[in-house]
Design a protein around this ligand. Structure first.
Ligand code: XMP
Length: 513
């Protein structure tokens, strides 16, 4: 049976990823396509509905993004958002003009048509999130106005007969409190989607598809210990068993016991059929990093060594047909829809150059992070692995200021393990941020057991963030910080001070290197 789907045509909108999220939350599969996608390609996919995104341009500019008007002859329900709505209005014979007042942010929204299939059940007065300069001044024939704001006479319009809808505001953002309801109405009622998108079904379909695609070939996957490569490994293992070779490079910069945890899941007796190779490359990395203090140089060395070790292992394995990667949908969107992706997290130094293979396999490419997690649980991965915090590719290497030594790695690993234990004990939700210990290059005087010490200072870093682009220090309970500090001082040799980093990003970064 064909997967029912909604297609999102991208006119350059900054919230396109959110639109896709909201639609998937209605249990409906959707994908974002660039507005340069030929209409034939759209038709081939038999979408149940189409959403036109917003965008930064003005439809009245000559070079602004556009699409063939034949789109409206497909008979498929269409929802235009912001620029998408303006383009719909203009293309169908209405008018769009520059408004006297730009509307940004919160606006009161009055519903003018309570019987609208899109707006049904929404309070007569609600609010919405606006971000526009142009506005629709004339609606096309067959349309009616279904909502307005103070500065925007056409905040929503529709031609129910042709199932064409336009909204000037952004229903996909949380600041439009009834936005999710409107999107639900659009995909489930107007487009008639049943809501059949389930992770269990995805896993089974994907396993069958992988089996067909790969046949008797061999696949190589680099395991990082992170969620994405682990779920990719689990899926491939179910599909092709021992034809899958997973190489796990232990670069000596992992969190405490992480290498063993990965081996427990994917190694002998772990319940997944595959060939697991753990490369103990710690010494080699430490050697290459000796005496290096510059953060960028350290990253470069870690990346280069990683690729070299990976290539050496690949060569030992003989002919490999496919290289698998744990690319997920946000990676695809961030690198430009439809473009090639090299996931740095899994290929710390880029793709291996000296391994030849026929193609790349990316079994998680259509999924968002929480969907990847759901698939992981579905396939029997332990929750501790599925819900683990994000961890940078270069690992603890970016959590040590100055030269990296095995001794410093030990300090960070132990302090970090204590911090994570205490966070768990205090039931702190770590899912919306990053929480870890790092090591400064400060050595200072202390006193322990009546003796003078000259030892290191550990930093506890705990930030809350939505997108990892900006972040704020978490307001952790003082008791938790106090207990963590005490335990680190008492249990981790070589530490006599513990700081809590209050700095936000910007001006700091999340990591400390
Ligand atoms: P910064 O420190 O730049 O980090 O504020 C932002 C987010 O990116 C992660 N990060 C990395 N992730 N490879 C990765 O896969 C890397 O080289 C890398 N460097 C930073 C960092 O942990 C944070 O979540």
């Amino acid at each position: 049976m064909e997967q029912e789907q909604i297609l999102i045509l991208d006119f350059g909108g900054q919230y396109k990823q959110l639109i896709a999220r909201r639609i998937r939350e209605c249990s409906v599969y959707c994908e974002i396509l660039p507005h340069t996608t030929p209409i034939e390609a759209l038709i081939e996919r038999h979408p149940k509905g189409i959403v036109l995104t917003g965008g930064p341009d003005s439809v009245n500019e000559p070079d602004s993004p556009t699409y063939t008007a034949n789109l409206f002859r497909l008979g498929v329900p269409i929802l235009g958002i912001c620029y998408g709505a303006q383009w719909m209005a203009k293309t169908l014979g209405g008018a769009v003009e520059k408004a006297d007042v730009s509307e940004y942010g919160h606006a009161n929204l009055w519903i003018d048509a309570a019987d609208s299939a899109l707006l049904r059940g929404v309070p007569a007065q609600t609010s919405c999130w606006m971000s526009h300069t142009d506005r629709i001044t004339e609606i096309p024939d067959g349309f009616c106005i279904t909502a307005h704001t103070e500065h925007c006479p056409v905040a929503a319009m529709e031609d129910a007969k042709r199932r064409l809808y336009g909204v000037q505001f952004h229903p996909e953002v949380v600041h439009t409190p009834d936005g999710a309801t409107m999107l639900h109405h659009f995909v489930r009622e107007i487009c008639g989607c049943e809501g059949s998108w389930r992770m269990s079904a995805f896993a089974q379909t994907q396993i069958d598809a992988l089996r067909n695609q790969i046949g008797g070939s061999r696949v190589l996957l680099g395991l990082s210990g992170g969620v994405d490569s682990a779920v990719a490994a689990a899926l491939l293992s179910k599909a092709i068993g021992k034809q899958l070779v997973c190489v796990f490079v232990d670069h000596g910069l992992l969190r405490k016991d992480e290498g063993d945890e990965v081996e427990a899941v994917f190694g002998q007796g772990g319940g997944f059929e595959l060939r697991f190779v753990r490369v103990q490359a710690q010494e080699r990395f430490y050697q290459a990093l000796r005496g290096v203090t510059d953060p960028e140089r350290k990253r470069k060395i870690i990346g280069e060594q990683f690729v070299r070790v990976f290539e050496e292992e690949a060569r030992k394995l003989g002919a490999i047909d496919y290289l698998a990667q744990g690319t997920i949908y946000p990676d695809v969107i961030e690198s430009g829809v439809g473009g090639a992706v090299i996931k740095s997290h899994h290929n710390v130094g880029g793709l291996p150059k000296n391994v030849s293979f026929r193609g790349i396999i990316e079994p998680l490419r259509p999924l968002f992070k929480d969907e990847v997690r759901a698939v992981g649980l579905e396939l029997g991965l332990p929750a501790s692995m599925v819900y683990r915090q994000p961890f940078p590719g270069p690992g603890i290497g970016v959590r040590i200021v100055g030269e990296i030594t095995p001794e410093k790695v030990r300090i960070v690993q132990e302090a970090d393990a204590i911090f994570r234990e205490e966070l768990t004990r205090a039931s702190i939700d770590v899912s919306k941020g990053q929480f870890f210990a790092a090591l400064t290059n400060l050595q200072s005087v202390g006193v322990m057991g009546d003796a003078r010490t000259y030892a290191s200072a550990v930093v506890l870093r705990a930030v809350m963030t939505d997108d990892f682009m900006t972040a704020r220090a978490a307001r952790l309970p003082y008791e938790l910080l106090d207990t963590t500090m005490n335990r680190i001082i008492n249990e981790v040799r070589g530490v006599n001070r513990v700081f809590y980093d209050l700095t936000s990003k910007p001006p700091a970064t999340i990591e400390l290197e």
